[in-house]
Design a protein around this ligand. Structure first.
Ligand SMILES: Cc1cc2nc3c(=O)[nH]c(=O)nc-3n(C[C@H](O)[C@H](O)[C@H](O)COP(=O)(O)OP(=O)(O)OC[C@H]3O[C@@H](n4cnc5c(N)ncnc54)[C@H](O)[C@@H]3O)c2cc1C
Length: 289
């Protein structure tokens, strides 16, 4: 199918994109990598009258460490993570996630900002960033505001971003010493969204005990979420099969999987248990390196 007719504008700056969003109102849509928006427009599930291309705005993409944060521009394409030595060496959780996101064509065009705003419950970035205490910067007519990833996803395909705002930056606190993270995804084949995905980040104290834990779960609830029960169960414990098995059990209890072509709720809960344990094991190995 062809999309409905629409006006296309290429914005040259963030203020111009924000002004265009205000002008277009509910009928305007930002175009980033187009990997979700264009298929939706072709299926006529989205029919914006104004499409604002942010792909040529200088400074809206890139990955750098600055001021205690890893700062990522919203227009940063998935493939830029794959080729970044900084991501590979210091943020292996993100390197894990991008390796299993879609296929090379999708990674060449799709962006982290588009993925987060699209808010697919099985989207890889949403689940991955939950373990990393991430802040998202939204820019609107009143300026910038910061949103925690914990409260960003409100419903499937719905976020806390207002229609007049642009997601401009993703900020992750720099990885502290003796911390490690990992991302595990179960999918049927290359290019598929997750059947189940788990991210985990651990901080080890001086005696090797877990002083902080974050566990993000994707694809088994209306939105990616943190398993607070799993996290609380880990604090103060030594990394062990028993501790990680218990965290996996609690994460599976916190999940609300539905039944679909990928499997039954019982199967998905079992996979949450397995992937949580594996993510915690890898995160521990990395924290000890
Ligand atoms: C075959 C295929 C397989 C895929 N597999 C996976 C997968 O395994 N895992 C996964 O996570 N994803 C997968 N995706 C989705 C992919 O990651 C997309 O790139 C992503 O969901 C959307 O990013 P985009 O840059 O293409 O955004 P677009 O499609 O351009 O936009 C998506 C939505 O976000 C809005 N938007 C975009 N950027 C901004 C911004 N900065 N501020 C405000 N609003 C914005 C748009 O208006 C639109 O509503 C797949 C896609 C395809 C086509």
């Amino acid at each position: 199918m062809h999309p409905r007719a629409f006006e296309y504008v290429r914005a040259s700056s963030v203020p111009e994109a924000v002004a265009l969003l205000a002008k277009g109102g509910e009928d305007a849509k930002i175009l980033a990598g187009g990997q979700s928006l264009i298929p939706l427009m072709k299926l006529r599930l989205a029919a914006p009258s104004l499409v604002i291309d942010i792909g040529h705005i200088p400074g809206l993409s890139g990955i750098r460490e600055e001021g205690g944060f890893l700062r990522i521009g919203a227009m940063t394409r998935h493939r830029e993570f794959e080729s970044s030595p900084l991501i590979r060496e210091r943020y292996p959780l993100l390197a894990d996630a991008v390796k299993v996101l879609g296929d090379p064509q999708v990674r060449n065009l799709g962006t982290i900002g588009g993925s987060l705003v699209h808010a697919d419950p099985a989207g890889d970035w949403g689940t991955a960033l939950l373990a990393l205490d991430t802040e998202l910067v939204a820019t609107g007519p009143a300026g910038d505001r910061s949103l925690s990833i914990d409260r960003f996803f409100e419903d499937p395909f719905t976020t806390a971003l207002s229609p007049s705002e642009l997601l401009t930056e993703i900020r992750i606190p720099k990885a502290p010493a003796r911390s490690g993270g990992a991302y595990k995804k179960l999918k049927r084949k290359t290019g598929d969204f997750a059947t189940v995905a788990v991210s985990a980040r651990l901080l080890l104290g001086p005696e090797g005990k877990i002083s902080e834990a974050r566990v993000g779960i994707g694809a088994v609830a209306p939105v990616p979420f943190r398993s607070i029960h799993a996290e609380d169960s880990l604090k103060g414990r030594s990394p062990s099969d028993a501790a990680f098995g218990e965290a996996g059990r609690l994460a599976s209890v916190d999940s609300q999987p539905g039944s679909d072509l990928h499997g039954s709720p019982d199967y998905k809960r079992a996979m949450v248990r397995v992937l949580t344990r594996r993510a915690l094991e890898t995160a521990t190995e990395r924290a000890r390196m």
